[in-house]
Design a protein around this ligand. Structure first.
Ligand SMILES: *Cc1c(COP(=O)(O)O)cnc(C)c1O
Length: 365
């Protein structure tokens, strides 16, 4: 063909379809519960730091995000030299894929795993291999069974989006122990701040004691800074070094850095958000279950609601019904969950409105 041709794999990627633009009935207040954003916004201190940074927009940022890496290091007890920051964890995940995957390689993710994983995999010419889940939860044995001589990387969001489920740290360690040493295990801890289970860990200990495991985290969720695009990774020195070689030299902006530092230091804001989320996630799970709908038990800041397939009660119809009331949830067809909707835990007002609307929907009103 006499025109530029994309690299192999690129055109096999299904284009990302963002959540629809809500068109509620006139006069309805709109609640966006479709992207797992916090209903509280960021810490006021983060907003102040961001505004302060506006005084010097002419200067390039410091290229290694040093002050942010140091703040993350203080918050989690990590060596800042083993942290890399990026424009969202999206960038970090793509850096990993670009550094470690190529033509002929395979990367494993799970049936309802985060969609960025197959995109990052295929964008680098590698094959996306899907391991079955059990009860909407990653299954370590299925992942290990999917390993072949071509496997280079395993993606695991723990807790996972959009299912809200997690696997205990013992299972993560069993996964690591069962994978060949040259296979990179990526633990995506985007929702770790919402988990309060004794058997859960974000993976720091495993990363600190291995040469082949990294963990990623984000400022987009509990810190409420999704608009600024800030994520990070903690990893072995040799992986940080390799990724730094292809990272854009000024990939995190100064306003983003200073806002993130203020956010991570405001532990009271995080605690408030965590308590609210826990309380209302449990309330939503109970109340929605009482309506005769199945809700997958979640440890994150969202719930997965399953709908029947009978006409008048489907996820599609519920989605349209809720949207008319200004309640915007997330349809999950591209996550292989055509009969489910994902709802982000919102304000008390939003949560109550959703349950009221679902009650009317199920009653055929
Ligand atoms: C929201 C989310 C992220 C965060 O992505 P950013 O690019 O940092 O905004 C990462 N992983 C998962 C599984 C998520 O749901």
């Amino acid at each position: 063909m006499n025109r530029p041709v994309p690299n192999p794999g690129i055109l096999d990627i299904a284009p990302y379809t963002p959540g629809k633009s809500p068109v509620p009935e006139p006069g309805r207040k709109v609640f966006k519960l479709s992207a797992n954003e916090t209903p509280f916004g960021p810490s006021p201190k983060a907003i102040a730091a961001y505004k302060h940074a506006a005084d010097h927009l002419e200067d390039y940022p410091e290229g290694t995000s040093r002050i942010l890496r140091e703040a993350i290091g203080r918050a989690y007890g990590l060596d800042p030299d083993r942290i890399i920051c990026g424009a969202g964890s999206d960038e970090v995940l793509n850096l990993l894929a670009h550094t470690y995957l190529g033509q002929g390689d395979e990367a494993i993710s799970t049936t309802h795993g985060f969609l960025v994983y197959p995109i990052a995999t295929m964008a680098n010419g590698a094959r996306n291999v899907i391991a079955a889940e059990t009860n909407f939860t990653a299954d370590v044995d299925a992942i290990l069974k999917a390993v072949t001589p071509r496997t280079k990387l395993v993606w695991l969001a723990n807790p996972n989006n959009p299912t809200g489920t997690y696997i205990p740290f013992d299972e993560v360690k069993r996964l690591r122990a069962g994978l060949p040493a040259h296979v990179l295990l990526v633990l995506d801890a985007a929702y770790c701040d919402y988990v309060s289970r004794n058997d859960y860990e974000m993976g720091i200990e495993l990363v600190a004691t291995s040469e082949n495991t990294v963990m990623t985290h984000t400022f987009s969720k509990i810190h409420g800074l999704a608009a600024l695009r800030i994520g990070w990774m903690f990893g072995p020195a040799h992986i940080i070094d390799a990724c730094n070689r292809i990272r854009g030299p000024f990939n995190v902006s100064t306003p983003a850095m200073v806002a993130a530092i203020a956010a991570i230091e405001d532990t009271a804001h995080q605690q408030m958000s965590k308590l609210h989320t826990e309380k209302w996630r449990n309330w939503l799970t109970d109340e929605i279950s009482k309506l005769g709908l199945k809700v997958t038990p979640s440890v994150a800041n969202f719930v997965l609601i399953h709908f029947p397939t009978e006409k008048g009660r489907t996820a599609d119809e519920a989605d349209a019904y809720l949207t008319r009331r200004g309640l915007v949830l997330r349809g999950l067809k591209n996550y292989r969950l055509p009969h489910a909707l994902r709802m982000t835990v919102g304000t008390e007002e939003a949560n109550r409105l959703v349950v009221d609307a679902l009650r009317d929907f199920m009653a055929g009103k």
